[in-house]
Design a protein around this ligand. Structure first.
Ligand code: ZN
Length: 497
């Protein structure tokens, strides 16, 4: 549908900085307190109150800027962005307009076609607004001002994203970078990472720009991709039918899976920006910037290099394993206890992420530890659990946590390797599947797979596969000898299938 047109997408990302206090007052900036308990005259915008800049917020913003490779300005200033909305008691937001804290920089991400690099246009510091609450309210809205004045970083990309999937990958890489710097937890479901997009379409290969549509209200990585996919096809439909795309703001409706034009505060585009008279311009000493740079932790790129050239992992694995600090830490710590990079990487990227996704859990919310994961891998090595039982064990380690060996006992996952304990099941399976046994005896090695499946089914996957296969072969060889003694009739059974 979009083959005649190519999308041009830019993202505006807002990240709440996890400073202890707000940007311009001493109120706590923590999430989840009862409504309107973390407020004061400054963040409520009461007359006569004066803002005082939180230097920690500036330090955090610089840390993020450096991680993104931005140039930090020598001087920046704050401006008032004026608009009226019930979540903004001052009727203006303190933001940065023409002299942002940082510019330039880039985010790299890995696509199936190789690495891509998308530029960062600017990064600036501003304050968050309050939150309107509609749930459980019969008419009107309630407003919680706790979030008012929480320091917010706005990161604006260049319009260089070529597809909704690229946008998702960019966002993932950006989140990972910010999380590694430790300045925000970037949790979209809590609103500490928010994303708006600018989407336009142009004829493939053209340098012209189409009308820009701003898409808002995307609340998860999945919805960013879904909303952009919808918007790209919608615009393509309009253009293919000879129509014109209107320049507007649209909201994503998660439930209906559509974007719709919104009548919103942004419709009046004149924010009457002017310099904030209560805050002097901010001079940033290069020495301070260098000090912050020196204090940066190992960032994803350096880590990926270590995983690829140091441990010999494929580049794709390195990207997945650095997609969040928690995942990177789990990998590192498990590897210390169980030094097999391939094996640990396979489990972390495969089953660990699968279980977390299925349960919609962040790794930090799960009970999985490096000790648990390494313990599980050792149980597999010692033949105490089968691969299938390991998957069940991993579920338990993620959800409930605990000591792997004890969980295996509790859940009855111990692998049965004792031939005497398996002999009965094997005899039964052989006796009840005469035609398959005959297939095997006539040289169809595949028949063994079916019989193994039967043994696994009857032992809830606990039979040691090697032992079970050996027992099956032996039992069938016995059948074969017995069968050859019974005369030519016995072949009829195989043919009867
Ligand atoms: Zn306050």
């Amino acid at each position: 549908m979009t083959s005649e047109f190519e999308p041009v997408i830019g993202l505006e990302v807002h990240v709440e900085l996890s400073t202890r206090t707000k940007a311009f007052c001493g109120c706590p900036a923590t999430f989840g307190a009862p409504p309107n308990t973390q407020v004061c005259p400054v963040c409520l915008g009461l007359p006569g109150s004066l803002p005082v800049l939180n230097l920690k917020a500036v330090e955090y913003a610089i840390r993020a800027a450096l991680a993104l490779g931005c140039q930090v300005a020598r001087v920046c200033k704050f401006d008032r962005k004026n608009y009226f909305y019930p979540d903004l008691p001052k009727s203006y937001q303190i933001s940065q307009y023409d002299l942002p804290l940082a510019t330039g920089g880039a985010v790299e991400f890995l696509t199936p076609g190789g690495r891509k690099r998308v530029g960062i246009r600017r990064l600036h510091l501003e304050e968050d607004t309050g939150k309107l609450l509609h749930e459980g309210v019969e008419s009107g809205s309630l407003v919680d001002f706790n979030r008012c004045g929480v320091p917010l970083l706005e990161i604006v990309s260049e319009p260089e994203l070529a597809s909704p999937e690229d946008a998702r990958l960019y966002l993932t890489a950006l989140r990972s970078l910010i999380q590694f710097t430790g300045v925000s937890d970037c949790r979209m479901e809590r609103g500490s990472l928010r994303c708006d997009a600018n989407v336009s379409l142009r004829p493939r290969g053209s340098r012209e720009w189409g009308a820009l549509v701003e898409v808002k209200n995307m609340n998860s990585f999945r919805s960013v991709k879904a909303a952009l996919e919808f918007e790209v096809s919608r615009q393509a439909r309009v253009l293919s039918a000879g129509g014109r795309v209107a320049r507007e703001t649209r909201h994503w409706d998660e439930a209906r899976g559509v974007t719709f034009p919104s009548r919103s505060k942004e419709e009046a585009h004149d924010y009457r920006y002017f310099p904030e008279p209560d805050l002097p311009p901010l001079r940033i000493e290069p020495e301070w910037v260098e000090e912050i740079r020196a204090g940066l932790p190992e960032l994803p790129e350096a880590r990926r290099r270590r995983l690829v050239s140091g441990l010999g992992l494929p580049e794709y694995n390195a990207w997945v394993l650095t997609s969040s600090p928690a995942l990177a830490r789990l990998f590192d710590e498990t590897l210390r206890l169980y030094p097999d990079p391939r094996e640990v990487s396979n489990w972390v990227m495969g089953d660990v992420l699968r279980v977390l996704n299925a349960r919609r859990l962040e790794l930090e919310e799960s009970k999985l530890t490096a000790e648990g994961l390494a313990g599980m891998l050792r149980l597999i090595d010692r033949g105490l659990i089968s691969g299938r039982a390991a998957k069940a064990l991993l579920e338990a380690l993620v959800v409930d946590g605990g000591e792997p060996a004890r969980l295996v006992e509790e859940l009855g996952l111990t692998q049965v390797s004792d031939p005497a304990a398996l002999a009965g099941v094997v005899r039964e399976v052989v006796a009840q599947n005469p035609s398959t046994v005959a297939d095997y005896l006539s040289g169809k090695e595949k028949a063994l797979t079916f019989l193994m499946g039967q043994v696994m089914k009857r032992t809830s996957g606990r039979a040691n596969p090697e032992v079970a296969a050996r027992l099956l072969r032996d039992a069938m060889a016995g059948e074969g000898r017995a069968g050859s003694g019974a005369g030519p009739d016995s072949g009829g059974e195989a043919g009867g299938r």
